[in-house]
Design a protein around this ligand. Structure first.
Ligand SMILES: [Zn+2]
Ligand SMILES: [Zn+2]
Length: 274
């Protein structure tokens, strides 16, 4: 049994709880430590039952609460040495910071976590594939284009969470300064709705049953646009067996990771609310 739920999504803070066979980890800690503990508690999960926090990269919407949560609850942090240095996660503050090597699986209890390098304007950012008893979740936010390594990793996954950050027209016409627009549009920025569509149309394995769109920009995207773009891409790829939903800024309910053919009947177009 492998399942996950998003606890926060977007610029206000990103965190995903993953649970498999009694082991719990967090991917990112972009919420403050207290807020994070409260959201865990609201789901019936004790903060001190978390085995590790895997930090994808140093940007504060992913790392803000990591050090404080680690200190308060005695949870180790796992990330690349680049993330460690860039986030200022001082060794004196965090005992047992676990340095991840991209491509080298890390076992945490019942979960195996693989870091996959992604192109983003951070020191050494990672996507993750979490596996438990043959079922795999792919988790990728904050990357500017889709590389071969990510596609190969995601093809093995039964469910994927991927950012669908912006609609290009909304971004171009929106309020951000040009320098920031260029950064977001660039190869080390963020993924557009159309980019996600290309990944979903051709990049999913035959057993993938579930897609969650996350990290939507509030200013440069509309949930309906992101959802429609992904649904159209799945239809083009003849993947009507894949259910796609959105992560709201304050999260999702539990989502089971199951191979295609074993999932509950799809409810296409339904927003994932509590
Ligand atoms: Zn981010
Ligand atoms: Zn980032």
């Amino acid at each position: 049994m492998l399942r996950f739920r998003v606890l926060g999504s977007g610029s206000s803070g990103n965190t995903t709880l993953v649970e498999g066979d009694g082991t719990r980890i967090l991917i990112d800690a972009g919420l403050g430590p207290r807020e994070l503990a409260e959201r865990l508690s609201a789901t019936g999960v004790d903060a001190d039952s978390i085995s590790a926090i895997f930090v994808s990269h140093e940007h504060t919407d992913h790392s803000r609460g990591a050090a404080g949560f680690s200190r308060k609850w005695g949870v180790r942090i796992c990330g690349t040495s680049g993330t460690y240095a860039a986030a200022g996660l001082g060794a004196a503050e965090i005992e047992g910071y676990d340095v991840l090597e991209p491509g080298v699986p890390r076992q945490v209890g019942s979960l195996t976590v693989l870091g996959v390098p992604v192109p983003h304007d951070a020191a050494a950012p990672l996507a993750f594939v979490v596996t438990c008893h043959g079922r795999s979740l792919g988790h990728a936010t904050d990357f500017g284009h889709i590389g071969r390594g990510l596609v190969e990793a995601f093809r093995r996954c039964d469910a994927v969470l991927v950012e669908s950050n912006y609609d290009p027209d909304m971004l171009r016409d929106g309020p951000y300064p040009w320098s920031l627009k260029e950064r977001i549009l660039g190869p080390f920025g963020h993924l557009s709705n159309g980019d996600v569509g290309r990944l979903l149309e051709k990049g999913l394995g035959s057993h993938c049953s579930r897609v969650v769109l996350a990290h939507l920009s509030r200013k440069n995207n509309h949930p309906e646009l992101a959802l429609m773009s992904s649904e159209e891409a799945l239809a083009r790829g003849r993947r009507t067996d894949v259910q796609v939903t959105l992560a709201e800024p304050d999260g999702t309910g539990w989502i089971d990771v199951r191979p295609a053919g074993t999932a509950a009947a799809p409810t296409r177009g339904q927003l994932q609310l509590f």
